[in-house]
Ligand binder design. Sequence first.
Ligand code: JAH
Length: 266
Amino acid sequence: MGLRIDIVTIFPEYFDSPLRVSLIGKAAARGDIAFGVHDLRSWATDVHHSVDDLPFGGGPGMVMKPDVWGDALDAILDGSTGARLVVPTPSGVPFTQDLAARYAAEPWLVFACGRYEGIDGRVVPAMRARLPVDEVSIGDYVLAGGEAAALVMVEAVGRLLPGVLGNASSVTDDSFGTDADPAMRGLLEGPVYTRPREWRGLEVPEILLSGHHAAIARWRRDMALRRTAAHRPDLIAALRDLDRRDQQVLAEAGWPAEEGPPSRSG
Ligand code: JAH
């Protein structure tokens, strides 16, 4: 049984190419994912097909109308069970690889893409009486609407589906940055290389040509630790079971970071 994904948006054309090309498009062509993209304006009731109105209490911009969203979601859910509503918003819970894996195990996801200053605050509570609802953020920045965030989530979920890219169902619970390799769990990937062995005077690291698989795995872990310490010190702080070599590599990478002046976060 595949995954059904419905997307509600005022810009249905936004999804045309992304859902057709690449891995996601192939999964859809095979029937591993079924997409429905819906124009929110179809549920607008006035002559101007309004989907937004002025904010109560004043302030900038416009707010999306609850009645239009309510009618759209009622029609798409159609009294059926099994759906989960996902609302992309910068004030949501973080979207992580773990959440992507949980979504890949669901039968039906409905993405509600807001625009303007967001959707009237009664829509999520009203829908929660009927189905599970997640307000989800893909990162700490503000977009012009939820569409790009929904696409990010669709792609992260789609590549985990059994049948996509030859996936076994087991990859869906592998963790961040470590799809294939439990020894790299919680780390960013280091650099990768292909032919030619020398390019613009730069050589591929000799260890990768050695055929010494254990030494290659250790070298990759060293590189991953260094890159993670440099780019994501928060992930280093969360690592468990560091061996002596790990600790040596991190010390060489300047971990823990030098004491600075006191900061508000400690
Ligand atoms: C902006 C509705 N976490 C990224 C993200 C997700 C959604 C939105 N912005 C950023 C957004 C305007 C209206 C949603």
